[in-house]
Design a protein around this ligand. Sequence first.
Ligand code: BTN
Length: 335
Amino acid sequence: MPASHKLAPQTDARLGRIVRLLMAHATVVVSGTKIAAEIGTSRSEVWRLVQQLRDLGVDVAGHLSTGYSLKSVPDLLLPDMLAPQLQSTIFGKRIHHYYKIGSTNTVAMEAAGAGAPEGSVFLAEQQTAGRGRGANVWHSARSAGIYCSVLLRPALPPSDALILSLVAGLAVLSAVQEINPKVVPDLKWPNDVLIDGKKFCGILTEMNAEVTRVRHVVVGIGINVNQSTFPADLQAVATSLRLATGTEWSRVELCTALLKSLDREYRGLVENPDAVNSILRRFQERSSSVRGRRVEVEDNVGFEGMTEGLDSRGFLQVRTTQGVRTVLSGTVRPR
Ligand code: BTN
């Protein structure tokens, strides 16, 4: 068992079972005895678990002596809330949920190294060390966003793995539009998703590879969903779906839509090599900046030019005074 699994235990699976039981009897009070019998424990243990649910923000009415009921449908990313809708996907079987963890990408990379299967999903209500590209931090306030990492084992050379970041961006875009077609996200190469020029989603793709073969890839997706404010240093550049639309979003609904569309895109890619062309075409159609935008590229040397689309592996092409250059790493900023 990897070290961080020991340090940050997964959320007790019985919490999800209690929530589902209460949801299935939404209008009535369910006795502690019935819950205890259903999950195979004692009434006093049920009371302790209900207290844990309350700590997670779930609105449970009632008491040991009276029984329990839900006051509202909880928006927690518990496996029991997501898995029933993901059974036809590669993501429905192994969903790991953490109340609080350093980084879902870190735990997913460790689990991958220890042999976890493709399709494993790692979700957290809160990250204390959420990571972005480079040395960036991903602000991960409790139960406000989606902090999700998925483990993939594609048969690809490492030089082709960038396409997985682009696939994840497309999956976020289609999940958001499935829920609210009026929202028009803009993809910023390689891994940001913006609304009105502000970032609401970042993608961190990490891999372990031999020279010619990827062993595993972890795609980490952070979505700002219901944040109503950000730290001062982020306010000018970050937004959330709630800030952009003025309404609260269901994280459960969005996360389900995200994993379904990621499954569709990923299966399309591994089952049909021609899917790459469709991915590149759709990414370019949904990005206002991969073509005809003046940018500066911060890599080892730094250069500037005009964006000229993506090459056949998804790398950004930039026309400079010395000809077209391919951006292999670094940060791309508008000029
Ligand atoms: C970026 O914009 O630089 C990428 C941000 C990626 C954040 C997500 S949140 C889930 C996963 N766990 C992490 O530590 N990072 C990614």
